[in-house]
Design a protein. Structure first.
Length: 442
């Protein structure tokens, strides 16, 4: 979501006459896009602002500096109390105002007026001009379908930084996806904090499963991914759509956060361990080849050794293809920060996450090792910066595969025989090439 917000802001600034530069010393405007989901985001921001201030002092001139994103929304004017290097603070719901705010800041500079502008008010309008985002990936396009979140999980800051849930019209989503395909994208990734809670405001019959069906009808669109769904909103219709629509990838990022029903209740996840495992069984009954990934938090307030044992046993049962795991850190304004003491020591959190990651590493090695000798369709999305002959792409299950091939294959789907497994990726050889590809491959 943050990557796509950056694409949107870059596009807006380009529409206003700015050009991107790789040399920040040459920049007239620097935009720092921030995330506050994990701890220390605020300190990273102020470190970065300090670096910009030092650069400006050495050069004798200072660029206009804008702070955007979740930390901007969360901290607001507090940022100005710690740094005099900021000219614009734009919150998560006001990105479209960035060019106007930057222009105002540029106009004030000659008069040496430092009056930072802020835009933090909630906005229900989720429309965005078609074709403005400067997409950074030549093969995959991000398409937002929901802004904000209504879940209020006890550990999560997102409802406070991105606001309440707002659905984007189905017509806008389809237009965005068609434009992405027309400009070269072969894969669309749908974005929403609870992406599978989608219900079209302009079509009462269009739920998330129906949206997948309508996107699948776009000619030239090879693959559809989405992130991140909530387990309690995975419906039989959604499972059927994933099973029956050939363009929908066989990968589901299914955040669980804990394997303990007691901790899940404290987290306000509103599902139990047993319900989650039943859902995993239903998914694998429908799609035996589906790849599952997850998010996991260790050391949540009140987590006992027995709760953590439940997490380890759940991971052993599900056998995820990949996992994002974190030590719990208190986030401002969340329900946990207000009601639950952070009573698990950092030493214990570290012990638990080391054990969890060791288990996942073992499972992942076994899962990836089992892929050796099999052939997968790989959508090529990039070429190696280090090896002239190497390409990289992903399977439908979202596993990275590296293999030899021609640069012209970027954007193509290539069958690849897997010959080896690394900790986080696979290696292979392209097979079943057409005449041009076979000649190029030799």
């Amino acid at each position: 979501m943050n990557v796509h917000d950056s694409e949107r802001m870059a596009g807006l600034l380009e529409q206003s006459g700015y050009e991107p530069t790789t040399d920040e010393g040459d920049a007239d405007v620097i935009v720092i896009n921030t995330c506050s989901v994990r701890e220390r985001a605020e300190e990273k921001l102020f470190t970065r602002l300090g670096e910009i201030r030092l650069m400006a002092e050495q050069q004798g001139s200072r660029p206009v500096v804008a702070v955007a994103g979740c930390v901007a929304q969360q901290e607001g004017s507090q940022i100005l109390r710690r740094s005099k290097a900021v000219d614009v603070i734009v919150g998560t719901q006001n990105l479209k105002r960035l060019p106007m705010l930057v222009t105002e800041a540029v106009e004030r500079k000659p008069a040496h007026q430092h009056r930072p502008a802020m835009a933090l008010d909630p906005v229900d309008d989720v429309s965005f001009p078609l074709g403005i985002a400067r997409r950074s990936d030549p093969v995959k396009a991000y398409v937002t379908i929901i802004e904000g979140c209504n879940e209020f999980c006890a550990f999560c800051v997102v409802p406070y930084t991105r606001g309440h849930e707002r659905m984007r019209p189905m017509a806008d989503i389809l237009a965005d996806a068609r434009h992405a395909v027309a400009t070269g994208a072969r894969e669309v990734q749908l974005l929403g904090q609870i992406v599978n809670h989608y219900q079209a405001p302009d079509d009462a019959a269009c739920d998330f499963a129906a949206l997948l069906e309508r996107l699948s009808g776009i000619e030239g669109l090879s693959r559809i991914r989405f992130a991140s769904p909530h387990p309690r909103h995975v419906t039989p219709r959604m499972i059927a759509a994933m099973r029956d629509l050939p363009g929908v990838c066989r990968h589901l990022h299914l955040p669980v956060q804990s394997g303990s029903t007691r901790v899940l209740a404290a987290m306000r996840r509103r599902h139990t361990r047993e319900q989650y495992l039943d859902l995993v069984s239903a998914l694998r009954d429908a799609m035996p080849d589906i790849a599952l990934s997850t998010d996991m938090i260790v050391g949540f307030p009140g987590e006992q050794d027995s709760d953590f044992d439940d997490t380890l046993s759940l991971v052993s049962t599900v056998r995820y293809h990949s996992m994002f795991s974190f030590k719990y850190s208190e986030r401002p304004n969340t329900l946990a920060s207000k009601r639950l003491p952070d009573d698990v020591s950092d030493i214990e959190k570290t012990r638990r996450i080391v054990a969890l990651q060791a288990l996942q590493k073992q499972i992942q090695a076994e899962v990836f090792g089992a892929a050796v000798g099999r052939t997968f369709d790989v959508l090529v999305d990039s070429r190696s910066a280090r090896r002239e002959w190497e390409l990289s792409g992903r399977t439908s299950g979202n596993t990275v595969v590296n293999f030899a091939g021609r640069h012209e294959w970027v954007g193509r789907t290539v069958p690849v025989l897997i010959t080896g497994a690394n900790p986080n990726s696979l290696r292979g050889n392209a097979v079943m090439l057409d005449a041009v590809g076979a000649e190029a491959y030799g």
